[in-house]
Write a protein that binds this ligand. Sequence first.
Ligand code: KG4
Ligand code: ZN
Length: 369
Amino acid sequence: MYTTPPRMLVLGIESSCDETAAAVVRSDGQVVSDVVSSQVALHAPFGGVVPELAARAHIENIVPVIEQAVSQVPGGFAGIDAVAVTNGPGLVGALLIGVQAAKAIALSRDLPLVGVNHLVGHLLAVFLRRNDQDPAPPSYPFIALLVSGGHTALYEVRSPSDLEQLGQTRDDAAGEAFDKVAKVLGLGYPGGPKVDKLASQGNRARVPLPRPLAGRRELEFSFSGLKTAVAQYVAAEAANLDDAHMADICAAFQHNVVSVLVDKALAACDRRSVPRLVLTGGVAANRGLRALAAELCQARGVELFVPPFASCTDNAAMIAYAGSQRLILGEDDGLGLSVFSRSPILGVTAQVAEARRFKSSRLPRPGGV
Ligand code: KG4
Ligand code: ZN
């Protein structure tokens, strides 16, 4: 029977969307290597991720990216104790590339293999240690606001294997709304950083926009109405769109997004009596979000944790760490591991059960993907 080494080194692999990534992380969160190959330039001309192009690029990139990550481990592959791979949610064609690579490594080196829910990876990324200056991570339980291009949701995280989703977006993810607004303004893809930069130069009071679901009790979000309001405003003002006006639009849009995000996150802290908030996902890089969260958390006595940017965006280190926490519990999915494109996150245990049900109903034989 497999027994967990006290400080195992886990190879993590991530290919759920438009980043091919591999990393090696110690089970205490120490990052040994972290390689991310971004496909942003490949998808930029299309204004969003094209699933088939993403899968083909993963095929080309996966081996060199893994080799680069493992080359930084003393002893190379011989120093790796287990493999963790994102097996959902995400683009199925893209996920399969990472999962197949992980299976090949696990099979050839006789290593345990665990699937990791991408969202759980984001939620535990705050425990990654990249250098000695990293601030201390939160203690459990904490509230997490996960804001990325594909997801916007609030969770109570009680332990690595006990997570509860408290609310999510009813339509667009926050990052998706940033990207779409940037597209309407002709700023290019991905739009978040561009809107962020312009917003810092704008006057938000000049542009009237809605604050969707603000002040309501639900811990849910909705950004598609706000995005449409921006598109309608831009169409009506097409003749007057100089740089200053664009900056004002970005400032108003960004403020309305981040103020709703922070309000609901703090409402979740209140409701659960948990005075710790973690921001994660690509949108956690947003300067407006960080500033407002810092200000309001301080005013409300809530401790705020924001992982470094490399941990907030898609990466494989968070997958390796989340996988290590499953391995510590003695879990091993083996070569029958399959992928899933969507799933409501009720808790890791429920997720695992769901992934296993899916696996056993579709893939009775190991290694069948
Ligand atoms: O987590 P991530 O790297 O990928 C996933 O979607 O899983 O997040 C990418 C998203 C994109 O929508 C991007 O526009 C957004 O994060 N983003 C930002 C900023 N930096 C990245 N949004 C707002 N402000 C930023 N500074
Ligand atoms: Zn992500």
